[in-house]
Design a binder for this molecule. Sequence first.
Ligand SMILES: [Zn+2]
Length: 486
Amino acid sequence: MQLYNTLTRKKEPFQPLRDSHVSMYVCGITAYDYCHIGHARSAVVFDVLVRYLRSIGYKVTFVRNFTDVDDKIIARAAREGVDESTIAETYIAAFHEDMHRLGVVQADVEPKATEHILDMIEICQKLIQKGHAYATADGSVYFRVRSFAPYGQLSGHNLDDLRSGARVEPGEGKEDPLDFALWKGAKPQEPSWESPWGAGRPGWHIECSAMSERYLPLPLDIHGGGQDLIFPHHENEAAQTEAATGKPLARFWVHNGFVQIDAEKMSKSLGNFITIRDILSQHHPETLRLFLLTKHYRSPLDYTRAAMEEAETALRRAYLAKAAMEEALGSTKSWTEAPLPAELVVEATAIETKWDEAMDDDLNTAAALGHTFAFLRLVLRILEDKALRRTTGARDFLRHAMERLEGWGNVLGILLRPAAQFLSEVRTVRIQRRGIDTAAVGQLVAERQEARKAKDFAKADALREKLAAMGVTVQDTPNGPTWDVD
Ligand SMILES: [Zn+2]
């Protein structure tokens, strides 16, 4: 597999250092609010990476932390008059709920910063001993950036450029404006822990150095996160760990791109901030998951209503194909002995090969989804061909196709529900989103059926028109009328 490495700025063949056991650390959320679509993208991208690595035979130990001590958590706790741990626990629970709905597999270890304070203090002490850090009069500890020559290599920043934009706040006691806090001396009303420098709390970056080293061997095979974390967070993590241990923090640095809302950068100040919960009140969670995989993970992804509806249409089509497969295989009608034409087998095999190639090429889920849909179109062509569909060749191919779909679905985390379940759930979501009154629709459909029985076709047509104007399509089946929303 080829994976793009932010550190070397190119795709490289990926191989774990230790046999076939991959160590992977991804920076998790700061638990002070509900997760937004940017968090969803990062979570789903790394979920697919873990699932894919496992599917090609690697064992993966995946660690994702929670930041549960931070300025934003402290501010929210003060505003709501509760303690910090209440805020953190509330939003960690909300994160788990959101991830469960999105089908994101839990990490193997989900450590919290506050449970690793001693590990962090130990790293600070090591860095001070080695001359890479120093304590100041206010009981803070800073990393001495100029003591670490490779600083800037991950983000590509040049120290002189950085220095020209940095400044020391009055009273900070830093030697150099570039130096960053490993430990912050206690301020009144803030949570603090005892340390060799007096009461204080950790800086943000140090927690990931502590928790990655605690749970995984160094260097990590993969360190992941959103692109916004490259600088300063990941640059600082890398500097701390390497300066303290003499080992690089990670071999592969993998970063996912931003999510934009209607082509604008999402931010709280612009007011175009969309939480996962907002989206899931309008869409099926699997639609959101599919949408998040429709672009390569390093590209920007633009969230729009139209793009979500496209994802929903694609997913419904895929599940309708799955329903047709389930129906054909479940049918008790007999099968005629005949092989599948060779050219169809060749076509299917070619798609399957391309699917693997796409995922091996830096986790190209966009291309893999395209191949999945092409494969389903091929299946439908076979099912719609009267001469072919009840042959043993078609039956064997359908069985194979179901397995293939399950394998791909397990990697992408889609198409795993029974078709009838998904189609019914997505219908409910669409009815709610369009604000359709199901009782009123049921009434009109029944009236139309009465009119048809009475051969009052003018009235039946008028009722059909009325329903169409509400966005409802009626279909007459041997078991009576059914309806759906456009
Ligand atoms: Zn981190």
